[in-house]
Every structure is written in structure tokens, then in C-alpha cells.
Design a protein around this ligand. Structure first.
Ligand SMILES: Cc1cc2nc3c(=O)[nH]c(=O)nc-3n(C[C@H](O)[C@H](O)[C@H](O)COP(=O)(O)OP(=O)(O)OC[C@H]3O[C@@H](n4cnc5c(N)ncnc54)[C@H](O)[C@@H]3O)c2cc1C
Length: 472
């Protein structure tokens, strides 16, 4: 069992508990140390240090040795976490708001803003307006380099962390669960339970078929409403397994192009020369803008509260990272597909990921490389040339159950996350985000879930929730 409170962030744990929790959420790789998991990668992939530190612990690969059609690159390191809290107990907590065309055009601005406000409260996001330390100095120089007309201004990065006394607390899934288990009659969280399929009768979702993974017992739960939130790759998997296969299911898979580069800060930004500003640890963000469809982040590792186990030669006080995410040119053919005949470790339809770069993507990657060099050269010297991270590295998989303004075959659900053509069925998670984005998606997807949940509550008013469970 994962140590600590259900859904607590692993960064709040002691080192030994964090390592134990990471080993437990790796699905088929449970208990497998990083070095062994690396052997699972497709040939030719030379994972960067950043990749080894942030992708592997706690996660497992969806399709690590893809069979590639001509021109495809696949997403060999697309990853997932299994266990209570999912990736939400491992995440980096960066919570940028979507900017300009990242926002969803068919949700009214006031409605989206209210949902984002609420999501920030739920996730306990801290936003820093000013600062005195190194982060403030880095922000100033990045603003000088990257601010301009029509561009969202450089800012301190908002993060889902808060101070409790002198301890910085990372928001894990437990901040969403709150006291629900203890205080809400009828609420039950069943760990070690696989959702095999949604039960659909006469075009209406009426419950789910579940499996107790300890005993193997399969049983059904009937419900007035069914919500599937099984991450960006596995939500479409559950729908597929249920025979719910709208044209767009799994398509328009949208992963951020990513380029993270380490650098050594120059004398001007030597952390030793700055006062410690404990209240401003988040780093600097260069937000997405339509005129620059990518997001940059600058973090001095000496200031970062996120624990990484770095190799000795890099564990210097002057180490910093410039991290760029760029918007993918989304296309129908980028997709997670599922097999009708083969199954995965959990007995669910086996995934295959189809993914390729368009000419526009190649141009975006080139300008991301230039921005990586620009951002790094203002503050220090890169330790290596910026390289595009292996496909899947961003851990942000969007679009696979995307929302749409209407049911035109290009989307899976409406803006309240109701699946087209199946009554009483909802989806959630990053897969619902339909726009091309560079912002880390969790804040947006929590906002969209909160907005949908409000609507669902209104619809449910006067009806009962779970109405019974039967063994099969
Ligand atoms: C190291 C790391 C750093 C990250 N940093 C950031 C960041 O800074 N900012 C940001 O916005 N995002 C970040 N992310 C991504 C963020 O964690 C995800 O956006 C978020 O957790 C997605 O939530 P989700 O509920 O869709 O999926 P998850 O959190 O992955 O949860 C999915 C859950 O579904 C369960 N599940 C799947 N299939 C089934 C099934 N058939 N039956 C039963 N259960 C099932 C899984 O076990 C899991 O518990 C990061 C992720 C990682 C791993």
C-alpha cells in the first residue's frame, strides 16, 4: 500500500517512503528499479538526465517499442501511473493558466475564468507577485529578453504548493479528496479495483463492470451517472472496451513538444550571492502566446523544493534548467488506438500510439531550440546542446476524449464533459482538452471537471447516486 494519507504527494514524504511509493505505482513495472526499466526502451533512445529523473520513477510505459509506419515517431516514453492518486501524487505542481488560443473558444470567458479560479483554490495554488531573491533576478532578465507587444508577460510560476508553518506542502490528489471519505455517506474509494467497462443499456450508461485485482472477482455497480477519469490514455481505453467508439475517440492525441536543458548559472546569478527567499520558490514562466506558441520555464535548482536525485557532476549549487514546452500541430492521425484481440497487463485492450511531426512542428522545434539557447545564454552556459525530449516525455496527453461545441465527429464530449450519444456518461482528465496548448494542463482539466461537476449536481438533483452493487 502507498505510504501516508491517500493521494498525498510523494514530495511530502520522507525519502524512503517516496521511493517506496514510486515503486508501487509502476503498474507492470511495480518494484522495478530505474536502471532495469531503462532496458525496456526502444533501441536508439538515449534518455536525458531530466528524463531519467522525472519520467521513470513511479510511472510505466504505454507503448515503449512502437511499430512505426512511414514518417511516424510514436511516443515511446508515453507513461502512466497506477494507484490511488495516479500521476497526481508525483506531479511537478506547475499551474499556469491557459492563455489566448489555449483557452477553449466555446466556453464563455466568465465561465472558464470562474472555473479556473475555483481550480486554483481546490489545488491550493500559490501565486507569487514579487520577490527579492534569485528568482526575481531571473524574472527580470527573462522579461527583458522575452516580453513584447501581444505577448503574455513573463511571470513567477504559479504552483500547487503552500506553506504550513515552515514546511512547503505539495498538493497531491488528496487535496481534491479532502475529507470526502470520512464525511460523505456513501462515498467509497475502492483501491486495487479495475474499471473494465461501462455498462450501457438502451444508449444510457447505467453502471460499470469492476474487478477486484486482489481476488480477481468481477462484479457490477449500477449508478445514476458514470464518470470515467482514467488518464489521457486510459479514459479512451475504458470507453473502447465498453463498445463506445465515437469517430474521434483516441484521436487528436496532443502531447507537448518538450526541450529541457541544464545550464550552469554565471557569476551574476550565483545563488550564493542572493538572499534566500523561501516564499518564492516557483521559478520563472514565459507564458504561451499566439505569437510565440510555446511556454518557457527557468528554475535554479538551488531554489527548487522539488527533490531530484542528481548525478554528482551536476549536483552543483549553480545548476539551473530551462524547460520549454511547445504547442503541437494537432492532427486526426495522432492517436492512441486499441486492439480488439490483444490485451495489456491489466487485461484491457492493448494500446498502439500513432504519432508524427508535421512540417509546422519541425519549425516549432527549431524555434524552441533557439528560445532554449536565448533563455540560457542570458543567465549562464548550457551543459549540453538543447535536444527535443523523447516523444511522451511531457506526460501531458490531451485531446483523446476532446470536447467540442457540437457532435460533428471531431469530438467525444460536450463542454460539460457529457459523452455524445450516451446518456449519463461523463469523461474527465487531460484528454478532454481540445485546443493546441503549451501550458501544463492539470489546472485547466481540474477547472473543466469542476465546471462539469456543478452541472452534473444540478442534473442529479432529486435522483440517487450509486443505487446498488451486484456480484457477477
Ligand atoms: C513527474 C510528473 C510531473 C508532472 N508535472 C506536472 C506539472 O508541473 N503541471 C501539470 O499541470 N501537470 C504535471 N504532470 C501531469 C499531471 O500529473 C497530470 O496532468 C494529472 O495527474 C492527470 O490527472 P488524471 O486524473 O487525468 O490522470 P492520473 O493522475 O494519472 O490518474 C489516473 C488514474 O486512473 C487510474 N486508472 C486508469 N485506468 C483505470 C481503470 N481501467 N480502472 C481503474 N482505475 C484506472 C490510474 O490508476 C490512476 O489512479 C506531471 C506528471 C508527472 C508524473
Amino acid at each position: 500500500m502507498i505510504p501516508g494519507r491517500r493521494g498525498d504527494h510523494t514530495q511530502n514524504m520522507a525519502d524512503a517512503d517516496r521511493a517506496a511509493a514510486q515503486l508501487l505505482t509502476q503498474g507492470p513495472d511495480t518494484g522495478v528499479e530505474r536502471a532495469a526499466a531503462l532496458a525496456d526502451l526502444a533501441p536508439g533512445i538515449d534518455p536525458s538526465l531530466e528524463f531519467r529523473q522525472t519520467v521513470l520513477p513511479g510511472l510505466f510505459f504505454a507503448d515503449p517499442r512502437p511499430t512505426l509506419a512511414h514518417g511516424e515517431i510514436g511516443l515511446p516514453v508515453a507513461s502512466m501511473a497506477s494507484g490511488v492518486g495516479g500521476m497526481g501524487i508525483h506531479w511537478g505542481t506547475a499551474c499556469p493558466r491557459p492563455q489566448q488560443s489555449e483557452r477553449i473558444p466555446f466556453i464563455p470567458d466568465d465561465s472558464l475564468d470562474a472555473a479556473l479560479d475555483h481550480a486554483e483554490q481546490l489545488l491550493r495554488v500559490t501565486k507569487v507577485e514579487d520577490g527579492t531573491g534569485l528568482t526575481a533576478a531571473l524574472r527580470k532578465v527573462m522579461a527583458d529578453e522575452f516580453d513584447g507587444p501581444g505577448l503574455a508577460p513573463v511571470e513567477f510560476g504559479a504552483s500547487a504548493t503552500h506553506w504550513a508553518g515552515d514546511q512547503l506542502v505539495f498538493s497531491g490528489t488528496s487535496v481534491i479528496l479532502g475529507e470526502l471519505e470520512q464525511t460523505v455517506p456513501g462515498f467509497e474509494l475502492r483501491a486495487e479495483t479495475l474499471a473494465r467497462r461501462v455498462l450501457v443499456e438502451d444508449g444510457t450508461a447505467v453502471g460499470a463492470e469492476l474487478q477486484d485485482r486482489r481476488s480477481g472477482a468481477v462484479y457490477q455497480v449500477r449508478a445514476a451517472r458514470v464518470v470515467v477519469c482514467a488518464d489521457g490514455l486510459r479514459t479512451p481505453q475504458v470507453l473502447f472496451a465498453s463498445g463506445i467508439r465515437p469517430r474521434a475517440l483516441g484521436h487528436y492525441l496532443n502531447e507537448h513538444l518538450q526541450m529541457n536543458s541544464f545550464l550552469l548559472l554565471n557569476d551574476e546569478f550565483d545563488p550564493a550571492g542572493y538572499p534566500v527567499d523561501d516564499k518564492n520558490l516557483a521559478g520563472v514562466r514565459i507564458p504561451f502566446s499566439d505569437a510565440r506558441p510555446m511556454q518557457g520555464g527557468v528554475v535554479a535548482m538551488a531554489n527548487s523544493p522539488y527533490s531530484l536525485q542528481l548525478d554528482d557532476d551536476l549536483a552543483t549549487a549553480r545548476l539551473a534548467v530551462v524547460a520549454w514546452y511547445a504547442a503541437k500541430d494537432i492532427q486526426f492521425g495522432d492517436a492512441v488506438e486499441f486492439s480488439d484481440t490483444e490485451t495489456d497487463f491489466y487485461g484491457m485492450p492493448k494500446m498502439t500510439i500513432r504519432y508524427s511531426h508535421t512540417p509546422k512542428d519541425l519549425a516549432t522545434i527549431e524555434s524552441m531550440r533557439k528560445n532554449s539557447v536565448r533563455s540560457a545564454s542570458r543567465i549562464g552556459a548550457l551543459t549540453e546542446e538543447p535536444i527535443l525530449a523523447v516523444g511522451g516525455s511531457s506526460l501531458h496527453y490531451q485531446g483523446t476524449v476532446r470536447m467540442g461545441a457540437w457532435d460533428d465527429g471531431e469530438s467525444v464530449c460536450d463542454s460539460y464533459l457529457r459523452v455524445w450519444e450516451v446518456d449519463h456518461l461523463y469523461v474527465g482528465g487531460n484528454g478532454v482538452i481540445p485546443t493546441t496548448t503549451a501550458a501544463n494542463p492539470t489546472l485547466t482539466m481540474v477547472a473543466l471537471a469542476w465546471r462539469a461537476a456543478n452541472q452534473l449536481v444540478q442534473e442529479l438533483d432529486g435522483t440517487e447516486g450509486i443505487v446498488g452493487a451486484t456480484a457477477k
